[in-house]
Design a protein around this ligand. Structure first.
Ligand code: SER
Length: 712
C-alpha cells in the first residue's frame, strides 16, 4: 500500500466513526514559545484539549506536517526522519479508552482497512507512578480484543507517557502499538527492545494538565533573609535555577523584603501582615484571586505550622520551613504538578513514513516511494553513486532537503538565519551541502532535488508550489554563501583537527568565519574520533553576542525609541535626573530602568515611598539648574574596572563588557552608557515632571518631558 492510500483510508475510517477531518496546521506554530515546530498532530489542538470548544465538534482527524529536530542525530537509521506526516484522531472530552483502542485495533487488523495479522501486534501500557495509576484498564481492553498477556508490556513515563509539548500543558499515559517486521515468526513473549518490533501507533489518554510553580510564597523573615536583611543566597540560587518568576513576601518586614528581592531581579510583592492574621481561610483565597493564580502554581514556605496547614487546605503545596536543604528538596520534588483536565481526551498518532515502510515490508523508510524519487535525483547528480559506504550521506541529504522544503515552503515559512527555526533550517542546508561535497555533488545541486520534492507533495500541499520562488531564492542564497566558505573552512578544520581535540575557540572560529554550525563541527570531529568543547563554544558565542550587542548599543542604547533630537535631549535629561534624585532625595537611590520616546522620558528607580509634591518640585528645579549651567557632555572609553572605581552609575541587572563607555555631564554626573547625548546641557530646554508613581514594591517611576526650545 502506498502512503497516499494509507492517508486516504485512515481519514475515511475515522470519518465513518463520526470524525471531522481538519487540515494540517502550519509547521511553524503561531503562538507557542515553547517549541520551534509543530511536532505532533495534537499540537495545534492544545487549546481544544484544554477545554475550548472546537467548531467542528468533539471528534477530529487529520494528516499533520510535523518536525522533530531532536531526531536529527538518528536520521539515517531505519525509521527516523526530521520531517514527517502524522495521522491522528482525537476525542475532545468525547470517547475515551475503550473506543480509542477498539478503533485502533479495527483499523490495523480489519479486512477493509490495513488487514494486518493480529499475531504480529503487541502493545505497551503505562505501569503507573506517583502522578497516575497503572493503566490496567487499557490492558484489559486489549485482552478482550484478543491480544494475549505475553504481548502486553507495562512501562514507565519515559515510554508510556506523552506530552506536554512544551514544559507545561495537556499530557497523559498512553498505550503504544508495535508491529513485528522480522522474517521469522514473532516470539511468544513481546520484548519492546527487540528491533523487529516497530512502534506504529500511539493512543494517548490525555487527562492531565502539567503545571509548574510560578510563584514562591515565603514568610520572608525566616526563609529568604535574616534579621540583618541579608538574602539567603543558597535559596535564591535554587529559586533561580527553577526560573521562579515571582516571590511574594508575607511578613512584617515586607517593605524591606520586597525591595531586596526587587534588587535581585524578582518581581516581588509584599503582603500586609494583618491580612494573614485576620482571616486565614480567606487570606489564601484572596491571594490566589488577586494574583490570578491556581493553587498548584504556588509553593509556600512558612515557619508557622498553623499558616502552613491553612495553606494546605486551600490546595497550596506548602511546608514548614526548616533550612535551605529541605526547601531545595521540596521545590525539586514539587515544582511540577499533574492535575486532572476538565475533560478526558484521546490523542492518537501514527507516522506516515513508518507505517508505509511496515505495510510495504521494507526494512527502512528510505526504501519507500516517499524517498526513492529523491534518491534517484541525488544519484543522477552525484559523481559518487549510492553505495554501502555513502548511503548515510544520501539519507541525510534526502531527509534534510525534504525538511528544508517544508520549512521554507510553510504558510509561515522562514529564511535561514542564526536563530530559532532559521537556524535549524541553516543547519539542515549546510549539513546537506557538506554531505553533498563528500559524494561529489555539483554546485547548486539542492534546487533540482527540491523541485522533485515539491512535485511529490504539491497535490496535498499546494502552498509548496505557490512558494517555490521563495524556496528557490533562499536556498540558492544559502548554498552560494556556504559553498563560498566551505572549502576554506574544511581546510581550517583539518588543520585544527590535526592538533587533536577542538577547543571552544576553534569551534567558534569555524562558526564565525566559515559558517560551520556547532553540530556540523561536532559531526566532523566525530568522524575523526576527536572531541569538541561545546560548552566552550557556547561561552565564546555568548561573549561575542554581548560584544556585538554593546556595539549596537553605542547607537541604540536600550530604552531609546529612536535617535531623534528630542529623544537625545531627554536621554541626557535622564542622566541629570538620575543624579538629581540622589542629590535631592536620597543618596541610596539607584536606576532600575528607563525608556525614552520623543514624547516623554520614563525613569524607574529604587525608593520605598511616594515623593511629596515639594520633593518633586525640588528635583525639577535641580535638573533645570544643571541644564541652565550648561555643562559640557563628554564621553570616555575605559576598562570596566576603571569605570567602577570612578563609581559611575550603572543600570541594575545590566551586564557590561570589559571595555565600556562612560558619559560625563560636566562633573555633575557619570554613567555607564552607549549614548548618544547632547553636547551641552542647555540644548535640552526646560525639564518638567509629569507623573510620579509606583511600579513594584520599592520601585518608583517618574515620567517627565522637556520643552522643545532650549532656554537661552
Ligand atoms: N501525541 C502523540 C504522539 O505524538 C499521539 O498523537 O505520538
Amino acid at each position: 500500500m502506498k502512503a497516499q492510500e494509507l492517508k486516504k483510508l485512515y481519514l475515511e475510517f475515522f470519518k465513518s466513526k463520526g470524525h471531522a477531518v481538519i487540515p494540517s496546521a502550519p509547521l511553524i506554530p503561531e503562538q507557542d514559545p515553547t517549541v520551534l515546530f509543530t511536532n505532533a498532530g495534537m499540537h495545534p489542538l492544545i487549546p481544544f484539549l484544554s477545554g475550548q470548544p472546537h467548531p467542528l465538534g468533539r471528534r477530529l482527524a487529520s494528516v499533520q506536517k510535523c518536525m522533530r529536530t531532536q531526531d536529527i542525530d538518528e536520521v539515517g537509521d531505519a525509521s527516523h526522519t526530521t520531517f514527517f506526516e502524522m495521522l491522528g484522531n482525537w476525542s475532545l472530552g468525547d470517547y475515551f479508552k475503550k473506543e480509542a483502542i477498539e478503533w485502533s485495533f479495527e483499523f490495523l487488523t480489519g479486512k477493509k482497512w490495513l488487514n494486518l495479522p493480529k499475531e504480529k501486534i503487541a502493545v505497551t501500557c503505562f505501569q503507573g507512578d506517583h502522578d497516575a495509576p497503572k493503566d490496567t484498564e487499557s490492558a484489559e481492553i486489549w485482552m478482550k480484543l484478543g491480544i494475549p498477556t505475553e504481548r502486553i508490556a507495562f512501562m514507565g513515563k519515559e515510554d508510556n507517557w506523552w506530552g506536554p509539548v512544551g514544559e507545561t500543558g495537556p499530557c497523559g499515559p498512553d498505550t503504544e502499538m508495535f508491529y513485528w517486521v522480522g522474517t521469522e515468526k514473532p516470539p511468544r513473549k513481546f520484548d519492546p527492545n527487540d528491533k523487529n518490533w516497530v512502534e506504529i501507533w500511539n493512543d494517548v489518554f490525555m487527562q492531565f494538565n502539567k503545571t509548574k510553580t510560578s510563584v514562591l510564597l515565603v514568610d520572608g523573615m525566616h526563609c529568604l533573609y535574616d534579621k540583618e536583611f541579608k538574602l539567603n543566597q543558597e535559596l535564591l540560587e535554587v529559586v533561580n535555577s527553577f526560573k521562579v518568576k515571582k516571590i511574594l513576601v508575607v511578613n512584617g518586614f515586607r517593605e524591606k523584603g520586597g525591595k531586596l528581592l526587587a534588587n535581585y531581579g524578582f518581581e516581588a510583592f509584599s503582603l500586609e501582615e494583618r491580612e494573614i492574621k485576620k482571616d486565614n481561610q480567606k487570606y489564601f483565597k484572596d491571594l490566589l484571586s488577586r494574583y490570578n493564580l491556581k493553587p498548584e502554581e504556588v509553593i509556600y514556605f512558612d515557619h508557622a505550622p498553623e499558616n502552613v496547614s491553612t495553606a494546605k487546605k486551600a490546595g497550596i503545596t506548602s511546608i514548614v520551613y526548616q533550612n535551605v536543604q529541605q526547601a531545595k528538596a521540596f521545590i525539586e520534588s514539587n515544582f511540577y504538578h499533574f492535575t486532572p483536565l476538565k475533560q478526558q481526551n484521546v490523542d492518537t498518532g501514527l507516522g506516515v513514513e513508518r507505517v508505509t515502510m511496515v505495510l510495504q515490508g521494507k526494512s527502512n523508510v528510505f526504501e519507500t516511494e516517499l524517498f526513492q524519487p529523491i534518491f534517484k535525483k541525488l544519484n543522477s547528480l552525484a559523481r559518487e553513486k549510492i553505495n554501502e559506504r555513502n548511503i548515510y550521506s544520501y539519507r541525510v541529504m534526502a531527509d534534510h532537503l525534504r525538511a528544508a522544503t517544508f520549512i521554507l515552503g510553510d504558510e509561515r515559512g522562514v529564511a535561514p538565519s542564526n536563530i530559532d527555526q532559521g537556524y535549524i533550517l541553516r543547519r539542515y542546508i549546510r549539513r546537506t551541502i557538506r554531505h553533498g561535497k563528500k559524494v561529489g555533488m555539483p554546485a547548486g545541486f539542492c534546487i533540482p532535488v527540491i523541485d522533485v520534492i515539491i512535485g511529490m507533495y504539491t497535490g496535498e500541499y499546494p502552498i509548496l508550489k505557490t512558494k517555490r520562488s521563495f524556496i528557490v531564492e533562499e536556498l540558492t542564497k544559502e548554498e552560494e554563501k556556504f559553498e563560498h566558505t566551505l572549502e576554506k573552512g574544511l581546510k581550517e578544520f583539518e588543520r585544527l583537527a590535526a592538533q587533536g581535540n577542538l577547543s571552544g575557540k576553534d569551534a567558534f572560529l569555524l562558526f564565525q568565519s566559515y559558517g560551520f554550525p556547532l553540530e556540523m563541527t561536532e559531526e566532523m570531529a566525530d568522524e575523526k574520533k576527536i572531541k569538541v568543547d561545546a560548552d566552550g563554544f557556547l561561552r565564546e558565542y555568548e561573549e561575542h553576542q554581548k560584544l556585538s550587542r554593546s556595539g549596537a548599543e553605542k547607537k541604540f542604547k536600550g530604552g531609546l525609541a529612536d535617535l531623534s533630537p528630542d529623544v537625545i535631549k531627554m536621554h541626557t535629561a535622564t542622566h541629570i535626573l538620575n543624579e538629581a534624585l540622589r542629590k535631592v532625595i536620597s543618596k541610596d537611590i539607584r536606576q532600575r530602568g528607563s525608556n525614552i520616546t520623543p514624547e516623554r522620558l520614563r525613569f524607574d528607580f529604587s525608593f520605598e515611598r511616594k515623593l511629596t509634591p515639594e520633593e518633586i518640585k525640588k528635583v525639577e528645579e535641580e535638573v533645570n539648574r544643571v541644564i541652565t549651567a550648561d555643562y559640557k557632555v563628554t564621553r570616555k572609553e575605559m576598562p570596566r574596572s576603571d569605570a567602577e572605581k570612578l563609581d559611575a552609575q550603572k543600570e541594575f541587572g545590566q551586564k557590561y563588557p570589559e571595555k565600556v563607555s562612560v558619559y560625563f555631564v560636566g562633573d555633575y554626573s557619570k554613567e555607564f552608557c552607549g549614548g548618544p547625548h547632547v553636547q551641552h546641557t542647555q540644548e535640552i530646554g526646560h525639564f518638567k515632571i509629569i507623573k510620579e508613581e509606583s511600579v513594584a514594591a520599592g520601585v518608583r517611576r517618574i515620567k517627565a518631558t522637556v520643552s522643545r526650545e532650549p532656554r537661552s
